[in-house]
Design a protein around this ligand. Structure first.
Ligand code: NOJ
Ligand code: CA
Length: 677
């Protein structure tokens, strides 16, 4: 009886929020409201068969009539429809991710599937979902006679913004996501990668991205003509100029728009994950978030090399040194790059051997040593972009790692894509990355993907896809003009919306000038003056601000040893029960608090300007006492003049307290707050 009542309530609820109307203009329209009525999406079918969507947030129109449809091969438009029927769906669930920024995720939405038939009789379904924190739509081309193979030449989805916006965007490059972000008015954004983040003049924040990219190409957004506010979905093409090759039934990725009243709301939203499938891996006990160090930064600095010789980085001895450091300081993993033969051929076809170690690297001895110290080795497969070669050897390579007890693989695609002519972010590569993800799951391997396609929340279904680069990360500080502090103040609201980021923070030896003579010049951007543009306190805070379940402390053991600030990284959790953005202004500063069981960790960073930030501890449990260790910039700290000055203080606090902390230029602060038992 109770079940029946629940169903009845649910039915009444759905009937209340779906309001079908037929307007006098003989258009067919269908509105759908989110549960708290914050978000309202509308589907509109004009008399001429053209279809559109619009979107309101808190009653304001955010998107005007925005078109829908496709153009298929042969200039065959699939964009004039007749309405057949609708199907509604309401879901309200709480699900537990294997790892993440919170341990329980609410997923409540209203969905409508609108079944359409085009003027040539072909079926297409259009899905719209509304959440209180956003909206998403996708297409489905069902299995039907006469339509088996589909070649998409244009996705006719448009986003027609209503109002005035400022935005944070990076140039839509089909081959790399390692970009700086521009902060401009929407009028200056011409061709953007997603996540594309905007602030409306009425202080509504938006981030546009896509979810569940499978068997499709990745999306960029291109401004149309001289209409300032109209963007069209622009898919990254195949080498032959087509955009997507598919078979029916075909499901497009979701086109998603996160909506929030504060910048922090964009980070706290789980929309991208919620739009993905539930977990497809039955036994997830082998998937473990962790911090790691590795034979990595020393190569980027030029102190050692991936290639054997006088300064080979991945020697048995050096690997053991990192394992000893990790074990002594409660860091769980050690990454080893440059261990396998082929680095001397980087850039050539079939360059890398994914199973044979160099002579000075005894992989069995190293993995046994790691096991004896309870340390996970993070293996490395650099492909140079040669996916053909990698796919040929991948199963053997995964099996061989697994035999050695290696459970995590960092992959890399630094180089032009093979098959020659394919773009890094086109459908060909989407299929490759997703194949690797599934194969890794089969071998119970966790993945950290460098030079990836943009993340789209697939780690809900495949939580072994732990993290990815796809960001202009720390390595750029070693061999280019580097990243200003405002870059890391922008990333959580832009790149971070897509998913975890292997930025590899945690550098303590900030002034790199002593290494400039040794450095291998990787590119013409290296003028010999490279530096990490932040203070040490900022580097520590990045471990919290830039979320990744595999979080690297990227400096060398000798730069950490003896520095009290490293205590913050020891035993640092990388999966959280709760995460709250306390305060933020995109590109300027952010304060984020993350809870693990009874303890809280707070990270704050600022851009090139120093500032004072007040952190209220009202997020702590009432009537409980906590011990807080504060790592803050020294009074004389400055990212350019005195980056290594740091102050460490301890104090007792409770939920009624607050603290005001001075952040230096390029500075930061972090707090470890433990419940006093
Ligand atoms: C670029 C990756 O981002 C970096 O982490 C790696 O060390 C090099 N490629 C070599 O694989
Ligand atoms: Ca890279």
């Amino acid at each position: 009886m109770k079940g029946f009542q629940n169903h009845l309530i649910l039915f009444v609820c759905i009937v209340c929020i779906i309001i079908p109307t037929k307007s006098i203009a003989r258009e067919y329209t269908q509105s759908i409201l989110s549960q708290s009525k914050l978000v309202e999406a509308k589907f509109i079918l004009q008399q001429d068969g053209l279809a559109f969507w619009t979107l309101k947030y808190r009653g304001d129109t955010i998107f005007n009539y925005s078109s829908l449809g496709y153009v298929l091969e042969g200039n065959d438009s699939l964009n004039r429809f007749r309405w057949i029927k609708n199907k509604t769906n309401y879901k309200n669930e709480n699900w537990k991710p294997v790892w993440g920024q919170s341990s329980l995720i609410k997923n409540e939405f209203n969905e409508i599937k609108i079944e359409l038939r085009d003027f040539k009789g072909r079926l297409l379904n259009f899905y719209m979902r509304v959440y209180d924190d956003g909206f998403a739509f996708r297409y489905e081309i069902p299995n039907q006679s006469g339509l088996n193979d589909i070649v998409i030449m244009s996705e006719e989805s448009r986003m027609s913004f209503n109002g005035k916006y400022e935005c944070w965007w990076s140039w839509a490059d089909y081959n790399t996501l390692e970009k700086l972000f521009y902060h401009t008015s929407i009028d200056s954004a011409t061709h953007v990668a997603t996540p594309f983040t905007l602030k409306r003049s009425n202080n509504v924040y938006l981030s546009i991205h896509e979810a569940a990219i499978e068997n499709y190409s990745t999306m960029t957004l291109k401004r149309e003509g001289d209409k300032d506010h109209d963007f069209k979905v622009n898919l990254v093409p195949w080498a032959d100029g087509t955009l997507v090759k598919a078979k029916t039934p075909m499901l497009s990725p979701w086109r998603a728009i996160i909506l929030a009243d504060k910048p922090g709301g964009l980070i706290e939203s789980n929309l991208i994950l919620n739009l993905n499938d539930t977990c497809q891996i039955k036994d997830v006990s082998w998937i473990k978030p962790m911090t790691y160090v590795g034979i990595w930064w020393e190569m980027h600095l030029g102190i050692s090399q991936w290639i054997p010789g006088k300064n080979h980085g991945a020697t048995t001895e050096n690997a053991k040194r990192y394992i000893d450091f990790a074990s002594k300081h409660n860091v769980k993993g050690v990454l080893i790059e440059g261990w396998n033969t082929g680095w001397e051929n980087w850039g050539k076809k079939d360059a890398f051997d994914f199973v044979t170690p160099y002579k000075d690297f005894n992989i069995k001895e190293v993995t046994n040593y790691a096991k004896s110290k309870n340390i996970e080795i993070i293996g490395h497969h650099e492909t140079g972009g040669d996916t053909e070669s990698y796919e040929k050897h991948i199963e053997e390579a995964f099996a061989s790692y697994k035999m050695l007890g290696i459970n995590i693989v960092k992959t890399g695609y630094a180089g032009p894509v093979v098959p020659v002519g394919e773009y890094h972010h086109g459908q060909c590569m989407v299929m490759h990355y997703n194949k690797v993800m599934r194969l890794a799951a089969k071998y119970k391997l966790m993945l950290d993907v460098h030079e990836p396609i943009v993340l789209s929340g697939l780690s809900r279904a495949f939580p072994n896809l732990m993290t990815a680069e796809g960001v202009r990360g720390m390595e750029w500080n070693a061999w280019s003009d580097g990243n200003l502090p405002s870059h890391t103040c922008t990333l959580p609201f832009t790149r971070g919306i897509a998913g975890p980021m292997d930025y590899t923070p945690g550098i303590f030896d900030i002034d790199l000038s002593s290494h400039s003579g040794e450095r291998v010049k990787w590119n013409s951007l290296d003028n010999g003056n490279s530096a990490v543009h932040s203070t040490i306190a900022n580097q520590l805070a990045l471990m919290l601000v830039l979320y990744s379940p595999l979080q690297m402390a990227s400096d060398l053991p000798e730069n950490y040893e003896g520095n009290k600030a490293f205590a913050f990284i020891e035993n640092l959790p990388t999966s959280w029960d709760e995460s709250k953005v306390i305060d933020a202004s995109i590109g300027e500063y952010i304060i984020i608090a993350r809870r693990k069981e009874n303890n809280w960790f707070v990270g704050a960073i600022t851009n090139e300007y120093k500032r004072e930030l007040t952190i209220s501890f009202s997020f702590l449990e009432n009537n409980k006492e906590y011990n807080a260790v504060i790592y803050a910039d020294g009074n004389d700290a400055d990212f350019e003049k005195n980056p290594e000055s740091i102050l460490i203080n301890e104090l007792k606090i409770n939920s009624t307290d607050s603290v005001t902390i001075k952040l230096a230029r390029g500075g930061g602060a972090c707090l470890k707050i433990e419940l006093v038992k």
